[in-house]
Design a protein. Structure first.
Length: 204
């Protein structure tokens, strides 16, 4: 993705932040007394990221964001469950009040939640009901493909939500699917035009 192909400025910031992270730069300045006063009274995040609960995946670190730049909603399977009132409230607030430019579904390699979709009957009921309750499926011939397809399934669920569809049409809300590789730090992005996953370049 080069500068001219970013769908909006928020996506440019995410990709440039990722390159910052990939090159091993230290995290950008987080919340501190000097910074606090500037952001205390308002927030203007450019993106909402829906990420897995997995402790090895930290969106603020991967995209090297400053405070106030992204809203993050995390759960097992980076899942969009329209019965989950916490998820739906966060989505609606992000889209209609904060007017985010992007909603990113961020999957990751080695996702145990996706692997567990094959064996829901072996899990405690609370975990099985979350993972399978909205109809998530292990879809694909390989583990990696199943993880990617889960991201695409969540994007499709987002597109079915009326206020999101409206924001896509009227305000150019952009939906993105991404996959973070824990073992290499690489990031792939789903190219909706070409209908394929492409590696995010780590150089401009
Ligand atoms: Zn996971």
């Amino acid at each position: 993705m080069n500068k001219s192909s970013y769908p909006n400025d928020g996506m440019r910031q995410l990709i440039e932040g990722y390159r910052h992270f990939f090159k091993g730069n230290p995290p950008r300045k987080g919340f501190c007394a000097l910074h606090a006063e500037q952001i205390a009274h308002t927030q203007n995040p450019h993106s909402m990221v829906i990420s897995c609960f997995d402790s090895r995946v930290c969106p603020e670190a991967i995209f090297a964001t400053n405070d106030g730049h992204i809203c993050v909603h995390r759960n097992m399977l980076n899942q969009v469950d329209t019965k989950d009132t916490s998820m739906m409230a966060s989505l609606r607030f992000a889209v209609e009040s904060l007017k985010v430019q992007n909603i990113v579904v961020l999957g990751h390699s080695n996702c145990n939640a996706v692997a567990k979709l094959k064996h829901l009957e072996e899990l405690p009921s609370q975990i099985a009901s979350w993972l399978g309750g909205a109809g998530a499926q292990y879809r694909g011939d390989t583990y990696e493909l199943a993880i990617k397809n889960n991201v695409l399934d969540q994007l499709e669920r987002l597109r079915q939500i009326d206020f999101i569809r409206r924001a896509m049409q009227e305000e150019n809300l952009n939906l993105e699917g991404m996959l973070f590789y824990i073992d290499s730090g690489r990031l792939e992005r789903f190219d909706a035009n070409g209908q394929r996953w492409t590696l995010v370049e780590t150089e401009e």
